[in-house]
Ligand binder design. Structure first.
Ligand code: ATP
Length: 356
């Protein structure tokens, strides 16, 4: 089922929670809505589900308007952050619920419901927990029950609102891998809300970055990470180093520092900022033209990647670099070493429009 979100706006009182949001999600895609708290992610999910009506705009499923459709008629499965399981029902009954409450005409026979529920419990690896109650399960197990329950009614669209938000880091990681696998097996068009960039980068086919009720950028994880369209997206999607300087004749300059910035020859800006990801910081032991002198202040060994914290000797600002372990060993770096750094790649933003 494809989803078209067309020019959706939503106000709560005088607060604009969603501002002219348009988005097309293809059938079978797994899309992450990523953004800080209050950016409108949950509001958008609720509008898609029909739990909230938008002031302006339309939601279409496979080209059909859902605006007048009740949530129950939208064929949507919803998983919330806080399990929302029925506490007085067993795991089996929780998963069977959506099928049991169907009108008589569309309700499957008892034996069929049983088979289906057991199949789903096998899928979420909880077949031996059917008779337990939610209070007798761990957080991760409860969330797997919530997913099985959402899948029981064979939704055409699966909406997940911070599904793993309440779980600890290890369980989160396990469940998000598992969600990806589940999605690859079932191909249900799915949208999940998260404020965790790592989670979005790890799981989604496409990421929709939201800020202040608007979409900042839409793209594959690789696109939004390596080619952010705005300083906000740069900041939100990972660690970043800022190189402030003057933009002139296609170069960003500050003191000794000078780096070519292609396609900016026509711009002169006194206050430009270069954004550089840690893995795009080049470290040299000898002085080469255009580099910044810095001192190694910390070294963190993170398996195959080594994270190096440096302090610029010209501005006293801290920088973070990341090197593959092999390169780190070749460089023979140690804390206190004087080195020279230069961005291998950077994107320049200027204060006015904050994009070039
Ligand atoms: P979080 O990650 O904290 O859940 P979010 O990005 O999902 O944030 P929303 O829950 O969509 O953000 O909320 C967007 C804004 O709209 C927030 O400032 C919130 O306070 C406001 N808001 C949401 N629902 C309502 C409501 N029913 N009444 C009034 N304001 C609301």
């Amino acid at each position: 089922m494809s989803i078209h979100i067309q020019n959706v706006s939503k106000k709560f009182g005088s607060f604009q929670a969603l501002q002219d949001v348009s988005l097309h999600i293809q059938s079978g895609e797994l899309v992450a809505l990523l953004g800080p708290s209050g950016s409108g992610k949950t509001s958008l999910l609720r509008v898609i589900a029909g739990l909230e009506t938008s002031d302006v705009g339309e939601i279409l499923f496979d080209g059909q308007s859902m605006t007048e459709r009740h949530p129950k008629e939208r064929n949507v499965g919803f998983v919330f952050q806080h399990y929302a399981l029925f506490r007085h029902m067993t795991v089996f009954d929780n998963v069977a619920y959506g099928l049991k409450v169907r009108p008589r005409k569309t309700r499957p026979p008892k034996a069929e419901i049983k088979n289906k529920v057991m199949e789903l419990l096998q899928l979420v690896k909880l077949e031996n927990f059917a008779e337990r109650y939610p209070t007798q399960l761990s957080g991760g197990q409860r969330q797997r029950v919530a997913l099985a329950r959402a899948l029981a009614v064979e939704p055409k669209v699966l909406l997940l609102d911070e599904p793993f938000g309440a779980l600890d880091a290890k369980v989160r990681k396990e469940l998000r891998r598992w969600l990806r696998k589940l999605h690859d097996d079932f191909h249900i068009t799915s949208i999940f809300v998260t404020h965790d960039q790592e989670e979005a980068l790890d799981v989604a086919d496409r990421i929709v970055v939201m800020n202040n009720g608007k979409i900042e950028q839409i793209g594959s994880p690789d696109e939004v990470y390596t080619n952010p369209k705005s300083p906000f997206v740069y900041d939100f999607l990972g660690n970043v180093n800022l190189f402030k300087g003057r933009l002139h004749n296609g170069k960003l300059m500050h003191g000794e520092f000078s780096i070519d910035v292609p396609n900016t020859e026509a711009h002169t800006e006194d206050h430009a900022v270069g954004y550089v990801r840690p893995h795009d910081i080049q470290i040299e032991k000898t002085n080469i033209a255009g580099t910044v002198p810095a001192k190694v202040s910390h070294i963190h060994l993170l398996g195959p990647i080594v994270q190096i914290e440096l302090r610029r000797e010209d501005t006293e600002e801290f920088l973070e670099a990341e090197l593959p372990k092999e390169q780190f060993i070749n460089l023979q770096l140690a804390i206190g070493d004087h080195v020279f750094v230069k961005p291998k790649q950077l994107k320049v933003f200027i204060p006015e429009d904050f994009s070039i």
